[in-house]
Design a protein around this ligand. Sequence first.
Ligand code: CAA
Length: 249
Amino acid sequence: MGMERLAVVTGGIGGLGTEICRKLAASGRRVVAADLDSHPERIEAFRSSLSEFNGKVAFEALNVADFEHCAEFAARVSDRHGPVDILVNAAGITRDASFRKMGSQQWMDVMRVNLDSVFNITRQFIDGMCERGFGRIVNISSVNGQTGQFGQTNYSAAKAGMHGFTMALAREVARKGVTVNSVSPGYCRTHMVMQVPEQVRNEIVSKIPVGRLGEPHEIARVVEFLSAEDAGYITGANVPVNGGYFMTS
Ligand code: CAA
């Protein structure tokens, strides 16, 4: 029996994050769900949804867009929970608008939360992982970072950037036992996707070979796989989980 790994999941109480926390806890990891603490009712809903893992799943407040706050968070996690072995970067937002209608705030908000965050938080944990000779970093990108999406120049740029980061860092830490991979979900049944206008969403679903939205637990399954003890030979990869919506060789 291996040691009990500690995972941090950013966006941990969100649509995908919650199921990622559940899957990692179900496979024997201790989990810290890191997210904004601005909506107490969502934290409560998260806690009750994962109550069966009482004591194995904790919530810690985090604003991924702020580097100093990430540093403070990392110190708090270290004190309360110990060294972090697995980091899942799942925090993300949309601010959809066609480019000609997009303001700089919509651009910057998405870049800060979806891409700067990956630097801000990964930077806190990478040294410890390298020193201990084990780490699993999984970045939640998107099919829309692979293909581009109408109305998402900001989001597509951030998500494509996330995978560039993944490949570069994967090279830097490969010899240290640390893997860095991306998962690119397609359209899943989350609050984020349900906010897409119904007609646009139906149009998209009609182009998904599997014929339905993805379920958050189907993304979590791949995160669990990539963060396993024996997944050490997969690094710098981008794993699509999109129901066949976008196929590449
Ligand atoms: N391709 C080409 N043209 C399109 C188009 C498309 N997909 N959609 C709209 N257009 C055209 C319209 O026909 C219209 O043309 P005319 O001006 O000639 O009439 C024009 O573009 C409308 O452009 P607007 O900027 O006025 O569009 P809008 O303001 O009404 O809506 C939008 C734009 C808000 C981006 C809306 O299309 C939208 O919400 N789209 C959904 C985007 C999406 O899929 N987001 C994913 C969110 S979920 C997620 O991100 C999770 C994940 O990772 C998968």
